[in-house]
Design a protein. Structure first.
Length: 260
């Protein structure tokens, strides 16, 4: 999977803090650690076979980047973004990624990188076929994780293909794509997976055939569709939380009345 990070290093060459940082970031990006979930220094230290110090340092770095929140009472938890956060991130993403696609289209795509784009997109088509064969209507949690990895890989590779070190640095520092792809998603259905696959295919063809305006237009529409979906999911989540709070309040008031 293409990652918006430095080239892969041998595991032995990474510091304990860096290994912890990458491990936690990957779990957040894949949805294993969802919004609001606590980060246990003890459990993470056991998973990685390290002391708690590098875990604490990694969590501090992730907090500085906006992926994690640190509180006195709850410790560190994966950050739940607001509706405005989502819109802001997508605006940054569209500005950077659409420009990246245009630049890549003017240059063309090397054969090896084209194969990586096609491989990630083929994985989405495979998920669609699996879903249809299973008789289920939407992706389950395991398949959603696979989809997120494939989708992130496709979009991250477009940015990497610009060969623009400053752009990669901006995206690395803000973790734009990581934060976007870490958002909890409803299970995608076959029609949605097919649409995403077709849009990825159209973007890839525009890049290969060196049609920058077409690449910009298709990718911009694709990202705006994704924004609408994320906002709809956020609104549904917000309504559910509000209803749960109302129900809890009514239950609490009922208990007080019964004690009088």
């Amino acid at each position: 999977m293409a990652k918006l990070q430095k080239p892969a290093l041998r595991k032995e060459s990474l510091s304990a803090r860096e290994r912890a940082y990458r491990h936690i970031q990957e779990q957040i990006a894949q949805g294993v650690l969802g919004a609001g979930m606590p980060l246990s220094e003890l459990l993470l230290a056991k998973e990685l076979g390290s002391s708690r110090t590098p875990i604490r340092e990694a969590i501090g770095q992730l907090a500085a980047e906006g992926l994690v929140e640190q509180t006195r009472n709850r410790g560190a938890v994966v950050r739940q973004m607001t509706r405005n956060d989502i819109t802001d991130l997508y605006e940054v993403r569209e500005a950077l990624e659409v420009f990246a696609a245009s630049k890549v289209a003017m240059r063309g795509v090397p054969v090896d990188d084209l194969a990586r784009l096609q491989e990630a997109n083929a994985g989405i088509l495979e998920l669609r076929d699996e879903l249809i064969a299973s008789g289920q209507t939407t992706l389950d949690d395991e398949r959603i994780e696979r989809f997120v990895r494939l989708d992130l890989s496709f979009h991250a590779l477009i940015v990497l293909l610009t060969l623009n070190a400053r752009m990669r640095k901006i995206i690395n520092e803000t973790r734009v794509l990581i934060q976007i792809f870490a958002m909890r998603r409803r299970g995608h259905d076959a029609a949605m997976l097919d649409r995403i696959w077709r849009q990825h295919t159209a973007v890839t063809e525009a890049l290969v055939n060196r049609r920058p305006e077409e690449a910009r237009q298709i990718l911009s529409e694709h990202i705006q569709n994704s924004l609408r979906e994320r906002l709809e999911e956020f609104d549904a989540w917000d309504r559910q939380n509000a209803m749960a709070a109302d129900m809890a309040g009514m239950t609490g008031r009922g208990k007080l009345l019964s004690l009088r």
